[in-house]
Design a protein around this ligand. Structure first.
Ligand code: PLP
Length: 348
């Protein structure tokens, strides 16, 4: 049976060029990265730092690890950090900030990931008036659970001013920051320049098998490197997996994300045309969120779609997420819509 896997852009596999590049590696291209001696990782970190407009970057095992060590590098145990209430850090990172970094994690509400400035200002005042030591504001961009929503540079600029005024650090969970840049035809630096630190993933739409990067000042990265070691992220001859990232950060590969965005728009348009009692986001990047009436059991909907080869994931009890990526082309979207046209009307 044909499968159209729309669960996540993390299911992507490398391009042919990435595999070919891997074959060109030899002993001279790898070394012990804990000693800073892996030329491929060093090249990747340099390329990433340049691209994102920061002094330095660090290759880490995952986005989760990148967020954790960024928070550790900005704080001391018992400090607090402020994250969005539907953010990956808050919802999906198994409380690592609390359990490992010993931080108090506080949340703010948002409109598609972007906080209301006055409310945020008051919340920060309230926290700073209390005992806890607030150190970091985190923003997720694009925002996963808000359907790949983009937080525009002018909003990041305003947040940056607030963060400076309140003497905080600004961490950007930019797991999909290149989706934001490409969708708005903006240089990624316009998004990253307001943040003290940014994490972005190679293993999502950029289709690498493993890895993320953290970027910031040289001082921040040397601290982050120490914390990476602490959480077991020193990987020795990891140039073998990091090599995929060197090609993933080429402009032509980054621009390919536009195809995913087009496909997400086609999917949303096709679903809308079915005139079902569902709500859909207007996809800004590579995610379509379908909200179903509360009476519908979405587990059943996902199972029925799965039986037809269309894979998706729930976000909560009423929302299903479909993600487009390198493994999905226009024909796959047409095929998925045909199957959805059979399955979806039957669940209402
Ligand atoms: C917004 C966001 N941040 C961080 C992560 C964590 O990345 P990883 O799965 O590499 O740990 C994800 C993963 O999906 C994500 O969507």
């Amino acid at each position: 049976m044909k499968l159209v896997d729309l669960r996540s852009d993390t299911v992507t596999k490398p391009s042919k060029e990435m595999w070919d590049n891997l074959k060109s590696l030899d002993d001279s291209k790898i070394g012990d990265d804990v000693y800073g001696e892996d030329p491929t990782i060093n090249a990747l970190e340099e390329k990433a730092a340049h691209l994102i407009g920061k002094e330095a970057a660090l290759y880490v095992t995952s986005g989760t690890q990148g967020n954790l060590i960024s928070l550790m590098a900005h704080t001391n145990p018992h400090d607090s950090v402020l994250v969005e209430e539907l953010s990956h850090i808050y919802r999906n990172e198994i409380n690592s900030a609390t359990k490992i970094a010993q931080l108090e994690v506080k949340t703010y509400a948002s409109n598609k990931g972007a906080p209301d400035l006055d409310k945020l200002f008051n919340l920060i005042n309230k926290i700073q008036d209390s005992e806890s030591k607030l150190r970091v504001l985190c923003v997720e961009n694009t925002h996963n659970y808000h359907g790949g929503a983009i937080i525009r540079p002018h909003i990041l600029n305003t947040l940056h001013k607030l963060v400076e005024e309140k003497e905080l650090k600004f961490h950007l969970d930019g797991a999909r920051i290149f989706n934001a840049a490409v969708a708005t035809n903006t240089n990624v630096i316009e998004f990253s320049k307001y943040a003290d630190s940014i994490m972005f993933c190679l293993s999502k739409g950029l289709s690498c098998p493993v890895g993320s990067l953290v970027a910031g000042s040289s001082q921040f990265i040397s601290k982050a490197r120490k914390y990476r070691q602490m959480v077991g992220g020193g990987m020795r001859q990891a140039g073998i997996i990091a090599s995929f990232g060197l090609l993933a950060l080429d402009d032509n590969w980054i621009q390919r994300l536009k195809e995913d965005h087009k496909n997400a728009k086609s999917l949303a348009k096709g679903l809308e045309a079915m005139e079902l009692p569902i709500q859909l986001n207007v996809p800004e990047t590579n995610m379509v969120i379908m909200t179903l009436p509360e009476a519908i059991r979405i587990g059943k909907v996902i199972r029925r779609l799965g039986k037809e080869g269309i894979l998706a994931l729930p976000i909560d009890s009423t929302r299903i997420r479909f993600v487009t990526h390198f493994g999905i082309n226009r024909d796959d979207i047409k095929y998925a819509l045909k199957k959805m046209e059979i399955v979806l009307p039957s669940v209402f």
